[in-house]
Design a binder for this molecule. Sequence first.
Ligand code: FAD
Length: 415
Amino acid sequence: MRVCVLGAGVAGLTSAYQLARDGHEVTILEGRDGAALEASFANGGQLSYSYVAPLADPSVLPHLPAWLLQSDSALRFVPRLDPQQWRWCLSFLLACRGERARQTAIEMLQLGALSRATLHDLVQREAIDFNYVRNGKLVVYRDANAFDAARRKMAYLQTAGSDQRALDAAACVALEPALERAQPLLAGGIHTPSEEAGDCHRFSVALADVLKTRYGVTIHYETPVHSFVTERGSAVAVRTPQGEWRADAFVVALGNGSAPLLRELGMRLPMYPLTGYSLTIPGAPGQAPRVSVTDLHRKLVYAPLGERLRIAGMVEIAGMHVAQRERRLALLKRQAQEIFPDAGDYAKAQTWCGHRPATPDSKPLIGATPYRNLWLNTGHGALGFTLACGSARVIADAIAGRTPPLDLGAYAWQR
Ligand SMILES: Cc1cc2nc3c(=O)[nH]c(=O)nc-3n(C[C@H](O)[C@H](O)[C@H](O)COP(=O)(O)OP(=O)(O)OC[C@H]3O[C@@H](n4cnc5c(N)ncnc54)[C@H](O)[C@@H]3O)c2cc1C
């Protein structure tokens, strides 16, 4: 079958990989002049399969007033005259209900586990280089109550198969000596040895190369998709400035471009961009962390990427418009230096601002649409790198008519 994948971010490229391995003739159409130049460019780099709990959780509700009022909060809401923003926020609040959040967390853990297994298989087969490390992750807490709550949650996650252990502040430093100067700030941490890290952009570029050279996939860059041509309930082609592209099936993996494109087909995807920032600094030999670290108090993540350290975080519900880029990046730098003052050369930081293509309940949209041969693999929010390989496997199974290893209904787009 001729399959056209729309989007060459990490979701589109991994989808193309699974489809090509199934023997389909795959073409990718991408608006930018290279792979992974949008959300997949300089993200946190964490492959965080056990930390996939949704952002929408009852525990966030007490923090909402602070988000609204503090300009320097990690999470910010910037109200706009945009009905999509208000609809998304309302759905987010509804998704915070306890039972729904718990069910979502279980479904995301299953997708995380599938993603890990699928990525391991890909790495073994293709031997691609993307600063991949199986280095474990340490989530550190500054507040004793938050640490106690995390320990309780850990006990619950262990019943779902997560291998984790709680460490006091000294044990955190013993595990990750780069935290030594931050020890007085720490109440403790949760260590998950099975977590991993890598450079999502390098992964995507290397995978694009593998797709072209080993699987005969054609990738057309600078080819923005403007609309679909449909006939009798099927998509037959997409329109681009270079002309129409016909295929037997289409996979929409356009990240933040997905909802605008599908709106003209009458499909309203519940997605909104959540802005975040990152710094990439040259790591100081012997001083930069080797374990991935999440500072839960600041909601910042740290991942070693070869000789570099990636620092990422902040969530702004403000649309694609970025009003305070330099101010937020300066704040990110200050907050990172609080915990890792000697980790690297902050003066040489490469800065980035990206937009997570997020659904209100954090679950990606994977599966069928009202159009017989039009499929979705989008809306991966804060976890697209982590969940890409599993999501790709699920969509390829669905297109092939195989029963996916997960309940597809959990990721279906609800009309
Ligand atoms: C600050 C930050 C930190 C993050 N940290 C992590 C992390 O540590 N771990 C993790 O797992 N995830 C993380 N994420 C999330 C992750 O980066 C995203 O979920 C993921 O990159 C989404 O991939 P995607 O392929 O769906 O979207 P994208 O990478 O945005 O790809 C979509 C592609 O579609 C193209 N496109 C859009 N519209 C059109 C059109 N009309 N025609 C043609 N092409 C089009 C775009 O150019 C783009 O290349 C982070 C995100 C941010 C912003």
